[in-house]
Design a protein around this ligand. Structure first.
Ligand code: SD4
Length: 284
């Protein structure tokens, strides 16, 4: 398994424990991500993640299971402690794939996903509407946990959860809950996940792109790098994109790349669980 950022090591640990205890790959993904949501580790995932411009968190998450190409996603959800479990409830129990906002919250509550009181949010929202708070996507101080799992049967699953870009406008949805952008799992080929500034990932279907490069025969490392190069070539910002990818293929090979920063992530196998760092890609 492979997971974004140093907290990915904790996600991997919990995911591995779940597998060892007999859980499925999807249980493992959910469990690993729940732990990061529970800790709200660096203030960028979960209910204590960095708030939006109005001062309250709106959370995004999705989950995919390779066999059957199953998926569930929630976006802009408020007051739900474990958006990854809400996404899983959508995947397992809903005839739709993606729910947003209040509808996502209702569905999560119906399925027993833990919630908190949203009244304090309402007071903060009122301040924003009254113009007492400013809005600006700050482009810093936001992370996402994306976790990809290849199980002992060679099947893939993955998940992604975030509080999104700090200071985002209320209602802004990033790449993380968008299948093909923040996460993509293709059980024939491999899986990929993204972190960074969603606006620069979702305009290019970033994770889908990485998986398609693997389908063409690239190693996951080359596939992640190629996706960064391709986006940088097309984008007016060049390499100043603040985007990072992780990937895992059907053979258990992995890779990662980042546009303009050193990128730490965690890789776990039966032999151990370590934080690995890649330097920024070398601009072409
Ligand atoms: C977003 N991709 O909402 C997320 C945030 C993130 O590192 O991953 N930041 O844009």
């Amino acid at each position: 398994m492979i997971a974004t950022w140093p907290f990915g090591k904790i996600a991997n640990e919990h995911a591995f424990e779940k597998l060892r205890a007999g859980g499925s790959r999807v249980d493992a993904v959910e469990s690993g991500i729940r732990e990061i949501e529970r800790r709200s580790s660096d203030g960028s995932v979960g209910i204590e993640g960095r708030p939006n411009a109005a001062g309250y968190p709106q959370l995004d998450a999705c989950i995919m299971d390779g066999p059957g190409q199953r998926a569930g996603s929630v976006a802009g959800v408020e007051g739900i402690v474990h958006p990854i479990s809400a996404a899983r409830a959508v995947m397992d129990h809903c005839r739709h794939v993606m729910l947003v906002g209040e509808g996502a919250r209702w569905f999560a509550l119906e399925h027993g996903v833990e919630s908190i009181d949203t009244e304090p949010y309402d007071a903060l929202k009122a301040k924003w509407v009254a113009g007492e708070r400013s809005s600006d996507i700050d482009g810093r101080g936001h992370d996402t946990v994306a976790l990809l799992v290849l199980d002992a049967d060679g099947e893939l699953a993955g998940g992604c959860s975030t509080s999104g870009a700090g200071g985002k406008l209320p209602g802004r949805v990033g790449d993380s809950p968008i299948l093909g952008s923040g996460l993509y799992v293709d059980n024939e080929v491999g899986a990929a996940g993204a972190t960074g500034l969603g606006e620069n990932i979702m305009r290019y279907c970033g994770s889908f792109l990485v998986v398609e490069y693997m389908r063409q025969g690239m190693h996951p490392q080359a596939a992640c790098e190629e996706a960064v190069h391709r986006i940088a070539r097309l984008d007016p910002k060049g390499y100043e994109l603040s985007i990072c990818f992780i990937a895992l293929d059907k053979q258990g090979r992995w890779g990662a790349a980042a546009s303009n920063q050193r990128f730490p992530f965690a890789v776990a196998t039966a032999a151990g669980n370590e934080i690995v760092r890649v330097p920024r890609v070398q601009p072409r």
